[in-house]
Every structure is written in C-alpha cells, then in structure tokens.
Design a protein around this ligand. Structure first.
Ligand code: NDP
Length: 519
C-alpha cells in the first residue's frame, strides 16, 4: 500500500508475500491460504459495502433484527464447524471455542437483534429550564464501519462488534489478524448463506497490518479497533488525520485483589481459570495477583495444585484444558518475564517453560514471592503466567493495582459484598468483577471499555450500540405560542436590565431558585 502520510512505513507490496498461509499453532499443519489484498481491493470492498448499506439502512430496526436472527440460526446450526476452525486456527480448546466465542456471539446477536429497536428509539431529554422546548436524541447509521480484530478471540470480538454495527444500520468491513483469517472467512461464508442478508453488507479484507492501515484510509465512517496499545496509538493517529471516529479496545494487565475473608476455594478456581484460559491470551487475563498475608500460603497451595493438574494439548482433542499459543513471536516475551522474575528472587512453583515437541505450548506457570521491581508486574504477558505477590491488606493491594497505565479489568475476592464493592469502586479499571473473572465480555448488556491506556470509547451494551450511530439532537417547541424568542433581535437596554434582574432573582439561591432549579 502507499505509505504516504503514514507514521508507519509498511514494506512495498512487491516485497510482501501475496498470500498468508494459515497454520494450526498446535501442530504446524497448514490449514489454508488467503490473499493479501492491496489498497485498491480494500477500497473496492468498502465501496461495495457502502452500496449495500444504502439499502440496509432503509429497513426498520425490527426488520434488521429479524434478518440477523437468521444469521443467529445459521450459527446455531453450524456451531461445530465454527468451533473447529477456531480451535484449529487459533489454538484454544474446542470447549473454549464453544463457551467463550460461539455461545457468546449467538447470545449477543440474539440480544442486539431483539433489543436494538428499543435502545435506538428516540430518547427524550427533559429540559430543566426551557420548559416550552422539547428535545430528543435521534440515532442514525454511520455508514461503513471498519473493524480491525486481534487473533485471541478472532470470532467473538469482531462478530459481536459487527452485530451492533449491523443493527444500527451500518455495513461492516472486517480486517482479521493475519494469524486467524480463516475464521473470518468462515463467518462470512455463513453470513452469505442466510436468506435476506446482503453478502455485500459484510466484507472481509485479508492482509497484514498494512491492510488495517489501508482500511482506515479507505473512507470508512468509523473504526473499531481491538489490539495492542502500541498499534492502537497508530490507529488513533491515522483516524485523527482523517477525523474518523474510532473506538479502541487495547491491552490489559488485570489485577486481582484477594482479601483475608475470601472463599479460597472459589478464588483459586477463578484465578487459575482467569490466568490460563485461552493460554493466558486474553486482554482481561489475571495478570497480577495481590493476596492478603493471612491467606497467602493456603491460597497459593490451592492455586499450584490446580495449575499442576491442567492438561495441555491440541485444542481439538478431548480432555484438554489449555491449548496452544497462537502467536510464536510473543513467546520470547513470556520467557523473558519468567527469567527476569526468577533472577530477581521470585519462586517458580510450577511451569516456566515452553514444552518440547511440535506446536507452541507454554506450561501454566505460577510464580510466588513476586515483587514490584519485576517486569512481570508491569508488562502484559499475554501468556499463561500467574505472578502472586503477598501484601499486608487490601489497602496496599489497591495502591499497587492502581499504579498501572493499564486499566481494562480488575477483580476482587471477598465474602463480604459491601467490603468487596468498596474496593471495586476504588479500583481504576473499566470493569471490576467480584469473586469472578473474565466473563463480562459475554454479557451483551454490560459495557466493555478500558480506562487509561487500555482504550478509548466503549463497545457492547446500549452505549456500545449507540456508539455505532450518529447521535442527532432534535430541538422543537411544544407549542407555537411565541412569535419570537426572548433572546432574538432587537436588543434593548431595558430588556438587558430585565434579564439581569431575572438572573439575579433566579440564580441567587432562596425560594425562587429552588422552585426553578431544585437547589
Ligand atoms: P495487534 O495490535 O498486533 O493487532 C491487532 C490488529 O491490528 C490485527 O488485525 C493487526 O493485523 C492490525 N494492525 C497491525 N498494524 C496495524 C496498523 N498500523 N494499522 C491498522 N491495523 C493494524 O494485536 P494482537 O492481534 O497481537 O492482539 C493482542 C493485543 O490485543 C493484546 O495487547 C490484548 O490485550 C489486546 N486485546 C484487547 C482486547 C480488549 O477488548 N481491550 C481484547 C482482545 C485483545 P495483523 O495481525 O495482520 O498484523
């Protein structure tokens, strides 16, 4: 692609392979190959999507929902096929493909198909002063939404975002990660098979990072990006140059705070699942554990026992708990974080290395005696590592937890809900779960958003659906009683004085202010 105007210079097209070969990270098996599209092909995909969107936006939200339920039904019917390609191309277990991706998409599509009409209905805005006026919000489609997706949840993340975009009346152009293009193409194949859905409303543009950059520059009306904070900055810069709105869902370094009154059985189960599910390749993964000193030893014992019992292997095999690492270039970072922690005094309780043999499997790893000078407490590992640090109490834990630029998810464990909510509300994260981990990405009603360097904007929930729209404010008068408003021409000294008196009477406090403004 042309790199003109870009901060990042991508390699000239002549030096870039024309095809991406997709491999099973558990076996090395080549699963298929997809073309690397150039700028012109990406622009053409956006143009086709734009034409389809002009037709789609004329349908009522209810009718869009009806058609999307056809897509949902096809996904239900073909769930095994989708789970298989997810497991084979991305490496997670078949069960995780079903429980963390396919089920969550099926439920979210159903939710947005059934609820978008009420969420996007005109929203009245009560005015506190201008009682003769009436205001409301009106939601209209943006046009073409470009979705740039990561490889860790290659089905759930883009398809849920796409469902919101479609329900809001948009077309979608998806740029999947170069690691997981076949899953996107399978989704498209299923979309195309559903009667009543225009194939052009859903375009897939395969390629490397340059394809994502080209999509941003192709004139899309919004970019929804999920990926690393590093790439997120580049995406935000490119969107800024074009003044294209963007939502950024970026990296995490989720802290978990375990109080001295926690249910240790539940905490150990949640923390091990939260750190090792999908081989730790989850933006919401438990990446830092702070445990009150009085429960530190018994909790660590339980966690280590669970970690040692986990079975690792090819995701498509039965009785496997942890699948493969999808992205081999990430492995040196995982190894470096373990080595640095051990060199600085951490105790390796289990795991710690890449397994021999074909495929990329890093052992589920528990490190204790961890301290804040270790890089593992600051850099997102995106691997199956659980560093555990002993703290005096939740106050110390909160201080350390909030001392981070990453602020996507956080977790609190305590049997006392009042205490847990008090801590949760002080934790600087977009979502805090109490006595549970990871799961809210699958709750379509709840927002998904990072604070600080973990993101900008919001997806999922009513707010995420509305973020797929242009929000228009309409202001009208209840009745046409006045021939002119008080602040129109002509101005006069006497009316200026009257207005000044009105300001004094109305805003100086006392009975009239309370009557007008309630305070
Ligand atoms: P990357 O940032 O490397 O890539 C994300 C997507 O951006 C890929 O499709 C990638 O293409 C594309 N891309 C790369 N360069 C550019 C560019 N200059 N312009 C536009 N697009 C580009 O992330 P990963 O795929 O490695 O995902 C892992 C990261 O994502 C982790 O940090 C994780 O925490 C975060 N994440 C955040 C989530 C959230 O909801 N907050 C959820 C899931 C993951 P290609 O792959 O072909 O290079």
């Amino acid at each position: 692609m042309s790199a003109e105007g870009h901060v990042v210079q991508f390699a000239p097209r002549s030096e870039v392979p024309q095809y991406i070969e997709s491999q099973n990270p558990a076996t090395g098996e080549v699963l298929g190959r997809v073309p690397v599209l150039d700028d012109g092909e990406i622009k053409a995909a956006v143009a086709r999507a734009r034409e389809a969107q002009a037709r789609w936006k004329t349908l009522s939200v209810a009718e869009r929902g009806k058609r999307l339920l056809g897509f949902r039904n096809a996904l239900v019917e073909r769930q095994k096929e989708v789970c298989e390609i997810i497991s084979r191309e991305q490496g997670k277990t078949f069960f995780e493909a079903l429980s963390m991706e396919v089920l969550s998409v099926i439920d979210s599509v159903t939710y947005f198909a059934n609820n978008a009409a009420s969420i996007l209905a005109p929203e009245p805005i009560p005015l506190h002063l201008m009682k003769h006026k009436v205001s409301y919000l009106h939601f209209t489609p943006l046009g073409v939404v470009g979705i740039i997706a990561p490889w860790n949840f290659p089905f759930a993340i883009p398809t849920t975002d796409a469902a919101m975009a479609w329900m809001a009346g948009n077309a979608v152009v998806l740029k999947p990660s170069e690691m997981t293009p076949l899953i996107a193409l399978k989704t498209k194949e299923i979309w195309d098979s559903v009667a009543g859905l225009d194939p052009d409303l859903f375009q897939i543009v395969t390629g490397y990072g340059a394809a994502g950059a080209a999509l941003i520059d192709s004139g899309v009306d919004k970019v929804v990006f999920t990926g690393s904070t590093k790439t997120g900055r580049l995406v935000a810069e490119a969107c800024g140059r074009n003044l294209t709105p963007c939502t950024l869902e970026l990296g995490g370094k989720a802290p978990a705070i375990v109080c001295d009154d926690a249910d240790l059985e539940r905490a150990a189960g949640a923390l091990t699942w939260g750190a090792f599910a999908n081989s730790g390749q989850v933006c919401a993964s438990v990446e830092r554990v702070f445990v009150s000193e009085s429960v530190y030893e018994p909790l660590v014992e339980k966690i280590v026992a669970i970690a040692k019992s986990l079975r690792q292997g090819e995701g498509m095999k039965d009785d496997v708990d942890i699948g493969a690492l999808t992205f081999p270039p990430g492995i040196p970072r995982i190894e470096r974080l373990v080595a640095d922690a051990v060199a600085k005094g951490a105790t390796l309780r289990t795991g710690g290395k890449l397994k021999d043999g074909p495929g990329h499997f890093f052992e589920p790893t528990v490190l204790t005696n961890v301290t804040l000078d270790m890089e593992i407490m600051h850099t997102e590992s995106f691997g199956p590592l659980m560093p555990i640090m002993k703290v005096k109490d939740e106050h110390e834990a909160l201080r350390h937890a909030n001392n981070s630029d990453m602020a996507l998810l956080g977790y609190v464990f305590s049997k006392d809900h009042t205490r847990a909510r008090g801590i949760a509300e002080k934790l600087e994260v977009g979502t805090c779960m109490i006595n549970d981990v990871l799961a809210t990405h699958a709750f379509p009603e709840t927002p998904w958003h990072g604070l600080k360097k973990s993101g900008l904007g919001v997806t999922h929930s009513a707010a995420g659906l509305k973020a797929m729209c242009r929000m228009q404010h309409v202001s009208d008068s209840r009745v046409n009683l006045l021939t002119r408003e008080l602040w129109w021409y002509p101005y006069s000294k006497s009316f200026t004085d009257q207005m000044s008196s009105m300001v004094r009477a109305g805003f100086k406090g006392g009975a009239l202010t309370r009557l007008l403004f309630g305070g």
